[in-house]
Design a protein around this ligand. Structure first.
Ligand code: SF4
Ligand code: SF4
Length: 348
């Protein structure tokens, strides 16, 4: 039904899509991707890599949903399509590489988590996120210190990856294995704290769909907001910052004001805004394994956001998820994670 609504739609959402904005091709609009999935399901197009690839032209940013009268959720539908196409062996090379990479780096993630040091009998479990652990270990270290300071007790860093990368690549069997491993690891924890909103959403929503039960994680940004009085103005807060709404934290989990309030407390003034912000914010292009499946579109989306920041007067971009942080940094932007500022505000 969701697919059919798109097929017969006048494409009201097309301006929202970071992928088709960066690569203006009809097949890459939300309508084009959903139509391809619809026709593939009906057997109207061959099931091969060429016709499969558009299913991976999505960062699962939910931008189209905000402009859709039906509130159609294109991203999740395309994720289901990815899993089917992956199983049939027609996933594009970038997706296969993303799935392999996710499988190969299991040990690296566990080692990086172990390197942060855990108190074995700690009752709170911290899911840092593999994007931070592998690509931004300095942020991961600060995330642990910030969480422990705000909770007032030690935490145990979870060594299992939540499996989001496998899920996004379309590798459903590996995703389920990861979910089960994480569920075993956090069993008995009195609370689970998630730093990355992508992990939080995966555990909260996608695990249930995969038949894995884990208690709902608390977001670190929520804990920071609840404890906002614990933060002071940072001594090195002279530079202006502009807040980027990560898609998973904003449109999916609905946290718009919490990160802004904490950031304002630490910098001494409300962060600068992008023209399109909160639920209409543009995606960084870093999610959905897009950097591997459509690298040009991914770079184009990041460049557009960075250019907008410069056009509006600049400032350090502060984001709150590992994939957008990496996307902005690899595109050459001066970007920080919110966690870095939380640490500054706590004097860590
Ligand atoms: S998501 Fe909504 S607006 Fe976009 S093509 Fe589908 S039905 Fe149309
Ligand atoms: S969820 Fe985002 S990336 Fe995917 S089709 Fe919609 S607007 Fe495009």
């Amino acid at each position: 039904e969701t697919l059919e609504k798109c097929v017969y739609c006048p494409k009201l959402c097309r301006a929202a899509c970071p992928v088709s904005n960066a690569e203006p091709v009809e097949t890459l609009t939300p309508w084009g991707k959903m139509s391809m999935a619809y026709f593939a399901g009906r057997g109207d197009v061959p099931i091969d890599e060429v016709h499969a690839k558009p299913a991976w032209a999505c960062t699962v940013c939910y931008g189209c949903k905000e402009r859709c009268d039906h509130k159609n959720e294109v991203g999740p539908v395309l994720l289901t399509e990815r899993a089917e196409l992956f199983e049939r062996g027609v996933a594009p090379a970038g997706a296969v590489r993303a799935a392999e990479r996710a499988r190969e780096r299991e040990a690296d993630i566990a080692n990086a988590a172990r390197a942060l040091g855990s108190t074995s009998d700690a009752t709170a479990a911290l899911v840092v996120g593999c994007g931070y652990l592998v690509h931004h270990p300095e942020v991961a270290q600060k995330a642990k210190a910030v969480t422990e300071k705000l909770l007032g007790k030690p935490v145990r860093v979870v060594e299992s990856c939540c499996g989001l990368s496998s899920h996004l690549a379309g590798d459903a069997p590996t995703f389920k294995k990861r979910a089960q491993a994480l569920a075993r690891e956090v069993e008995g924890a009195d609370q689970i704290v998630a730093v990355d909103p992508g992990c939080a959403r995966t555990i909260q929503v996608d695990y249930a769909n995969a038949g894995v039960t884990v208690r709902e994680p608390r977001l670190l940004v929520d804990i920071a907001h609840e404890r906002i009085d614990a933060f002071s103005k940072a001594s090195d807060a002279a530079e202006p910052v502009r807040y980027h709404d990560p898609c998973q934290l904003g449109r999916v989990l609905g946290r718009y004001e919490e990160p802004r309030a904490v950031l304002a407390k630490i910098t001494g003034e409300p962060p600068r805004e992008f023209e399109r912000n909160r639920k209409m914010a543009d995606c960084s292009g870093g999610g959905g394994v897009l950097p591997l499946t459509y690298p040009e579109a991914s770079r184009g989306a990041a460049n557009a956001r960075i250019a907008e920041n410069e056009r509006l007067g600049g400032g350090k971009i502060v984001t709150a998820c590992a994939s957008s942080l990496r996307r902005f940094k690899t595109a050459g932007a001066d970007a920080d994670d919110l966690v870095t500022w939380l640490a500054r505000g706590l004097g860590i």
